[in-house]
Design a protein around this ligand. Structure first.
Ligand code: KG4
Ligand code: ZN
Length: 339
């Protein structure tokens, strides 16, 4: 079998990542330079700072990625890059770098949707996974339920109408004084809390809808804190965190299982930063097992933003000769159905 090596670049937010991926599912290298420590001091990602940092680090990340993959540029068959959704300035750094590289080595350029990349991380971690399958995409900017009908063919069956799940985690963590990014911190302290101590709302929306809404839950947490402050009563941050998390997980799992039933799909997967959440994994695993569904999810390093997932998605485009023009632009609001 011919070995196709794709060099994939991801700079849509605050990670500069370059990977070399062989035949879509084998990672030869996956170098991720995270800017989180820089953005932490601001309590969130500062777009201008992110772009500048990508420019500073991208050369070094490329060098390290090729070295780890023991691959020379002459062995690369195509250059892939995230072209949306994401921060426009951050995306443009990766796109321009990818264009220059593809021109220099005279190999095709492949633009990849960031959400499609997250979904494809499942194909790397579960080598037997084939479409059709269902993916719950839960990241800092997105909450989508996606039916993967075929390679590169997606149907969004539900999405958030307001905050993304990760965004809700980050905002609640901030109001609890936990720091940024909030997801991993809430996940960690929740293990010390009582998840049934506060009955936060489960916003399920209309019965037949697979859409999500998390802004009401976020407000409920803030209202709880305000009420307690007015009554001059103490509360345990661990209990608030655990109860909030339980409400998020409850909704995510119920909607995912219902969608799998409705679309008659027996393979359930997850993607994006929040897919690292330990409680979400545990509850989804249990619910899937009860229904006889196959459940799998990528390891943490493939849930976070990374180049390997982009390389995987690009491989299936390569097989279909779906290449991009050298005029490829950044699309901050790119939709998954436009892959
Ligand atoms: O996919 P990602 O790395 O970047 C985006 O494309 O947004 O997701 C980042 C988000 C952040 O909101 C972060 O708080 C959340 O994922 N996150 C988590 C966990 N790890 C990261 N949320 C809940 N539990 C976690 N363990
Ligand atoms: Zn992401």
């Amino acid at each position: 079998m011919q070995k196709i090596k794709i060099l994939a670049i991801e700079t849509s937010c605050d990670e500069t990542s370059i990977s070399v991926v062989e035949n879509g599912r084998k990672i030869l290298s996956n170098i991720i330079y995270s800017q989180i420590d820089i953005h932490k001091t601001f309590g969130g990602v500062v777009p201008e700072v992110a772009s500048r940092k990508h420019i500073e680090t991208i050369d070094g990340v490329l060098e390290e990625s090729l070295k780890e993959a023991k691959t020379g540029l002459e062995e690369i068959d195509a250059v892939a890059v995230t072209y949306g959704p994401g921060l426009v300035g951050a995306l443009l750094v990766g796109i321009n770098f990818a264009k220059a590289l593809s021109y220099a080595i005279n190999k095709p350029l492949i633009g990849v949707n960031h959400i499609e990349g997250h979904i494809c991380a499942n194909l790397i971690s579960n080598k037997d996974l084939e479409p059709p399958f269902l993916t719950l995409v839960v990241s800092g900017g997105h909450t989508h339920l996606v039916v993967v009908k075929e390679y590169g063919e997606y149907e969004v069956v539900g999405k958030t109408r307001d905050d993304a799940a990760g965004e809700a985690y980050d905002k609640v963590a901030r109001s609890l004084g936990l720091g940024y990014p909030g997801g991993p911190l809430i996940d960690k302290i929740s293990t010390e809390g009582d998840r049934e101590s506060i009955d936060f709302p489960r916003i399920m929306l209309e019965k037949d809808s697979f859409d999500f809404s998390f802004s009401g839950l976020k407000s409920a947490v803030l209202n709880y804190q305000n009420r307690m402050a007015m009554k001059k009563m103490d509360y345990r941050v661990e209990d608030v965190a655990a109860s909030f998390q339980e409400a998020v997980v409850d909704v995510l799992v119920k909607k995912t299982i219902e969608a799998a039933k409705k679309y008659k799909i027996e393979k359930v997967t997850m993607a994006g930063g929040v897919a690292s959440n330990s409680r979400l994994r545990e509850v989804m695993e249990k619910a899937s097992k009860e229904r006889g569904f196959d459940f799998s999810y990528p390891p943490g390093i493939l849930c976070t933003d990374n180049g390997a997932m982009i390389g995987c998605a690009a491989y299936y485009k390569y097989l279909k000769n779906e290449f991009s023009e050298s005029t490829l632009n950044a699309y901050p609001n790119l939709k998954i159905d436009r892959c």
